[in-house]
Design a protein around this ligand. Structure first.
Ligand code: SAM
Length: 462
């Protein structure tokens, strides 16, 4: 499909004939393929083959990012299913670079428009076990995909919520970092996604800009004084980018203050600019190695007004566990002393102690789809592990037998097909491939009961 005519007209007008034509030509070229490694899952088991065996090149602005020489079939790679990497477009990984000089370890980070979770997983790695990422997604179906990706990433420090940003108003001034990766007209995706070309219209650009204004206003209220706001889109037009920032700047005035300089951006072909206190960064595919992207960053003044007050007296869905239950749960994690245990409905969970009160406050006030680590359900005092526990980077592998499968058997497991019992001990097993955990299975005599979730199973190529 051709590029939309009105889009081409605008690009030639805004960028000039030469630069505009170069952008349009690049949008008809082949997209880059890139991934971001999950360092928590590479320490012990090593670098995934997709990076180690190809002629991968580093993404200059992302320490865990790599361009791949060609697009592998990710679906048939057990490392992909183990959460060892996330297939993430290179430009998008720049949000991590924007936070390079921000103390993100232990921070409370809100990712307000989060599904499917590319940036959420990046923030989760930055926040570490002392921190918390609240990943919000307005669309319920997309929020489920987000939750799946968060579980697979396995950092145990993310709470997924599903609500409209305005509904979070009780948490005003609560977050050290707020990221708005806004729903947009998607011009930057024209190279990767033919659907983005078909869905584009000038009317939609205006609609997106109005929506972004509303989201940004809510985001600003949720940000702590001294905190950092990141605003990004995957579109080129001014209205949704600089325009949205101008409208927010006009409203918040000198509450917005500039961050320090962002290193090296120009050398990577990124076009740097300013809108009031915001530093802005434009990725054009004919200049920088990635898809079209716009990112910006600003700080909220230390003395900005803040009217945060957490709601009190609402129903708390998290219940405490008794001592015997806790003793069983503690067996399954490597650092039980850093965790708090509890029950939601009939599933046992663990949360890092540092943010457990924060998660409880969220759970009492908002629709939380998942948080912490789902450990599983208790039957006669023994834990039947939840699939999410296998993905948790802090799982204690000594808690159960481990069945290490070769790639062929691993793919059978991931399809929920029968697997050969030889590698399995009697009873519950953690299933792993290339040293990375994929899920659980229970051997009973000569049969292996495959406990991989239906919702995650590989359907392709059956
Ligand atoms: N940050 C994601 C990532 O890196 O994987 C991509 C986010 S996507 C660009 C924007 C998301 O915003 C979509 O999932 C969309 O459903 C959601 N969204 C749409 N309308 C919204 C609204 N009014 N408030 C918040 N989020 C909204």
């Amino acid at each position: 499909m051709e590029l939309p005519e009105k889009f081409v007209e605008r690009v030639l007008r805004d960028l000039g004939a030469g630069e505009g034509a170069a952008l349009c030509a690049a949008l008809d070229g082949a997209p880059e393929v890139s991934v971001r490694l999950n360092e928590a899952k590479c320490d012990g088991a090593g670098i995934p083959d997709v990076v180690a065996q190809g002629a991968a090149e580093r993404v200059p602005w992302s320490p865990q990012g790599f361009y791949l020489a060609e697009r592998p079939q990710f679906t048939f790679d057990s490392d992909f299913h183990a959460g060892a990497y996330y297939v993430q477009e290179a430009s998008s990984q720049f949000v991590g670079h924007l936070l390079r000089d921000v103390p993100t370890r232990g921070a409370r980070i809100l990712d307000l428009c989060a599904a499917p979770g590319g940036k959420t997983t990046l923030y989760a790695s930055l926040a570490g076990p002392e921190g918390l990422v609240v990943a919000n997604e307005i669309d319920r179906k997309r929020a489920q995909v987000l939750a799946d990706n968060v579980r697979k990433w396995g950092t145990g420090n993310v709470a997924v919520t599903c609500c409209e940003p305005g509904r979070m108003a009780d948490f005003a001034g609560w977050f050290d970092v707020v990221a708005v990766d806004a729903p947009c007209s998607g011009e930057g995706m024209f190279r990767k996604d033919a659907g983005a070309r078909a869905a584009w219209s000038e009317g939609n650009v205006r609609l997106c800009a109005a929506r972004q204004e509303e989201i940004l206003r809510a985001a600003w209220r949720l940000l702590k004084p001294g905190g950092t706001l990141i605003y990004s889109t995957c579109t080129f037009n001014r209205e949704e980018n600089e325009g949205s920032l101008e409208r927010l700047s006009a409203e918040v005035g000198d509450e917005a203050v500039a961050c320090g300089a962002i290193a090296a951006a120009e050398a990577w072909g990124i076009v740097c600019g300013r809108v009031g206190a915001f530093r802005t960064f434009r990725f054009y595919p004919h200049r920088a190695r990635g898809e079209g992207f716009f990112a910006s960053v600003v700080r909220k003044a230390e003395d900005a007004a803040c009217r945060g007050r957490l709601p009190r007296g609402r129903r708390q869905p998290i219940a405490a566990v008794d001592r015997t239950t806790e003793a069983e749960l503690r067996r399954w994690v490597r650092e039980p002393e850093r965790m708090r245990f509890g029950v939601v409905a009939d599933t046992c969970y663990a949360w890092y102690e540092a943010q457990a009160d924060a998660v409880a406050a969220l759970s009492a006030a908002l629709p939380v789809i998942c948080s912490g680590v789902a450990l599983g359900q208790l039957f006669k005092g023994r834990l039947k592990p939840d699939p999410a526990l296998a993905f948790f980077a802090g799982l204690d592998r000594a808690a159960t037998a481990v069945a290490e499968l070769d790639e062929e058997q691993a793919l059978r497991y991931l399809r929920r097909q029968e697997v050969a019992p030889a590698a399995f001990a009697e009873g519950m097993n953690l299933v792993a491939a290339r040293g990375r955990a994929l899920g659980f299975a229970k051997r009973i005599g000569g049969r292996v009961n495959n406990l991989y979730p239906q919702s995650l199973r590989i359907l392709k190529g059956e």
